[in-house]
Design a protein around this ligand. Structure first.
Ligand code: DC
Length: 204
């Protein structure tokens, strides 16, 4: 069984996807981490501003074991991920890995931007997790321990625009996805709502 969890930055999709994987005993893949690795590797090899050549080379030779999670979680690397994610060759280079991961038994949960639309259009359950930009900025500010709310909000809006407006695999809810707006929910409520959606689509 494949569960696709998509949505904008800081909407809670990572937390929900991890909780679903734990609940069902499925494998979990944070596909944003792959784009973050490519963004960071491109900066390390080619400097800034990131070039398409450095990003494509990084995606084609990606070695996930050479990254430390803390280095991937910064806002700078999140923005770098969103920049390299616009490049079709980068997306193509990461596609096979994501698709083979999705086929793992007994099931897999993948979170990202294009899982339900491009990576796994045949996923059994598709969730589109969203929340207002203001709520997401508050959550990201707390997570990063950042002092400047307006700067975090501006980063979130810039990332939304880049992720939604790119030509290849833009951030959009799949037609058969169920949208969950987590603006007014705590983590427990959001996870319970997500489990209810998956139960309705569950493969016996
Ligand atoms: O989910 P995240 O914040 O870790 O993702 C970082 C960036 O990677 C995001 O702004 C866009 C890109 N991304 C993507 O284009 N497709 C995915 N499936 C996952 C992430």
């Amino acid at each position: 069984m494949i569960i696709a969890v998509d949505g904008p930055a800081a909407a809670g999709k990572g937390t929900i996807a991890r909780a679903l994987a734990k609940h069902y005993g499925f494998h979990f893949l944070d596909t944003g981490a792959l784009y973050r690795m490519v963004g960071l590797a491109a900066i390390r090899s080619g400097g800034e501003p990131i070039t398409a050549t450095a990003a494509i080379a990084a995606a084609r030779t990606l070695d996930p074991s050479s990254f430390v999670d803390a280095d991937l979680r910064t806002e700078k690397v999140g923005a770098a991920a969103s920049i390299v994610a616009v490049i079709p060759e980068v997306r193509a280079a990461l596609l096979d890995f994501q698709r083979s991961f999705a086929r793992k038994a007994p099931g897999a949960v993948l979170d990202g931007r294009d899982i339900g639309t491009v990576v796994c259009p045949d996923a059994h359950a598709k969730l589109f997790i969203t929340a207002s930009a203001e709520v997401r900025a508050r959550r990201r500010q707390m997570e990063l321990g950042a002092s400047d709310y307006e700067a975090v909000l501006a980063d979130i809006r810039a990332r939304d625009a880049r992720d939604s407006q790119r030509a290849t695999a833009p951030l959009v809810a799949a037609q058969d996805a169920v949208t969950l707006d987590t603006s007014g929910m705590d983590i427990g409520e959001a996870v319970a709502a997500a489990v209810a959606v998956v139960e309705a689509r569950r493969v016996p």
